[in-house]
Design a protein around this ligand. Structure first.
Ligand code: HEC
Length: 153
């Protein structure tokens, strides 16, 4: 009796170690290829302050004064915070939706805000973490501006 218990415990432990090793082996290239895992603060210096209330549409779209800066800040913020799931330069590798296909202009803004502020959490599973408390509104609109600037072919 004891030996069976021991043997199956050992088997279980072996399987567990095997699975863990396999998982880290699989996870490692994704982490290396797609940049940092911990959310990175976004420096939005130079962009106008938008306050705590979310504006309804992207304030940097069609904004001659701030468009270039928003794209620049958004590119870096995207690659540090979103690329590991949505792909480098917004080209999805298949893990998460290709964001270049989001509805452009005003139609996609509401859905974008919904997802980036609340994330995608169902049945306690985090498919995408909420970014509301990590990146300010200016930073998240800059990311949207960058995504919009990417060609989607
Ligand atoms: C941990 C992986 C992960 C990270 C990091 C992540 N996302 Fe996502 N995102 C997902 C997944 C998975 C979905 C699909 C959610 C679902 O199943 O409903 C998604 C969906 C979205 C959608 C809705 C897309 C659609 O077609 O409906 C938007 C917009 C979005 N993410 C933006 C972002 C932005 C911007 C960032 C960075 C600030 C980001 N995500 C970071 C995994 C991630």
């Amino acid at each position: 009796m004891t030996s069976i218990v021991k043997r199956s415990t050992r088997l279980l432990a072996g399987a567990f170690i095997g699975a863990t090793a396999l998982m880290s082996w699989m996870a490692a290239p994704i982490v290396w290829a797609h940049g940092n895992v911990a959310p990175q603060a976004v420096d939005t210096t130079g962009l106008p302050e938008l306050g705590a209330e979310w504006v309804e549409t992207n304030p940097f779209r069609d904004n001659a004064e701030f468009l270039d800066l928003a794209i620049e800040i958004g590119a870096s913020a995207y690659n540090q915070n979103c690329a590991r799931c949505h792909g480098l330069e917004a080209i999805s590798g298949g893990i998460a939706p290709d964001l270049r296909l989001l509805e452009e202009e005003y139609d996609g803004d509401a859905w974008y805000v919904e997802r980036v502020t609340k994330g995608a959490v169902r049945d306690g599973r985090v498919y995408m973490p909420p970014f509301k408390d990590m990146i300010n509104q200016e930073g998240l609109w800059a990311i949207r501006t960058y995504i919009d600037s990417r060609p989607d072919d």
